[in-house]
Design a protein around this ligand. Structure first.
Ligand SMILES: C[S@@+](CC[C@H](N)C(=O)[O-])C[C@H]1O[C@@H](n2cnc3c(N)ncnc32)[C@H](O)[C@@H]1O
Length: 237
């Protein structure tokens, strides 16, 4: 046992030189996530629908999730990252039940930190404007998640099948929401991710993994775009 745990000096030096040559620490994080993902990917396709669709046709994905996974029952739909409300409106159109409830969370000031090169801090801002939606089932909660979601979570009484739609792109935003809503997340809760593996494996995918590790949760992937960028999971424990 002791022998197995002993590190040889030359291995440590080789490892450190490798890290330096490859630009640690971000690359190390990326490598760690990629290895983690490879393990998860081995079981990801059990009972999973694989779909091909472009970004513009992503409503087809929502339709599949609503019809086949939600099974058309009333929903409590919570979307994190609303911007102009495109995906929010698509979900309003999918569920016609009077009992369905739709909550959209956003600062409407854009991303609170830099993400990809073409999505810097402030990207997707609507200048604080909340989308105009003529549907009494819809509520918008304006502000940083870190300032709004905790109070919402404390007062929220789920009434329908819970569907979370994570479209905030960032690790920090996604992880904060999942941790803060943990008290409401149950086996059967569906969680959609819009950019699951968009920047390697460091944002929405990493947030889901870290949430599941911290809160002893597990999930099954129920539907995905072939490239794993858009994905729906069902919480299983
Ligand atoms: C990609 S956009 C959402 C796109 C939208 N779902 C659609 O279909 O058009 C990401 C949004 O997340 C919001 N966002 C990200 N992190 C946030 C945070 N911590 N608090 C509030 N809003 C946040 C940004 O303001 C931005 O509007």
């Amino acid at each position: 046992m002791h022998k197995e745990m002993t590190l040889r000096t030359e291995d440590v030096v080789h490892y450190a030189l490798n890290l330096m040559a490859n630009g640690a620490p971000q690359d190390f994080n990326q490598l760690y996530r990629e290895r983690q993902f490879q393990r998860v990917a081995q079981v990801i396709d059990e009972a999973c629908m694989v779909m091909d669709f472009s970004y513009e046709k992503r409503a087809n994905f929502y339709t599949y999730v609503y019809n086949r996974l939600v099974c058309k029952v009333p929903v409590d739909y919570l979307e994190f990252g609303v911007a102009t409300g495109e995906s929010f409106r698509a979900w309003l159109g999918l569920s016609k039940h009077a009992e369905s409830r739709f909550f959209g969370f956003d600062s409407f000031e854009g991303l609170p930190e830099n993400w990809q090169a073409d999505s810097p801090k402030g990207a997707y801002s609507t200048g604080g404007q909340v989308p105009q939606v003529d549907d009494s089932r819809a509520t918008f909660v304006k502000g940083l998640f870190q300032q709004t979601v905790d109070d919402f979570s404390l007062g929220f009484k789920p009434q329908n099948r819970l569907v979370l739609h994570m479209d905030a792109d960032l690790y920090s935003s996604t992880l904060y929401v999942l941790m803060t809503l943990n008290r409401h997340i149950r086996p059967g809760t569906l969680i959609l991710f819009d950019e699951f593996t968009a920047r390697g494996f460091t944002d929405e995918y990493a947030a889901l993994e870290d949430y599941c590790t911290a809160c002893c949760r597990s999930y099954q992937v129920r539907a995905r775009r072939r490239d794993f960028v858009k994905l729906a999971v069902e919480i299983t424990a």
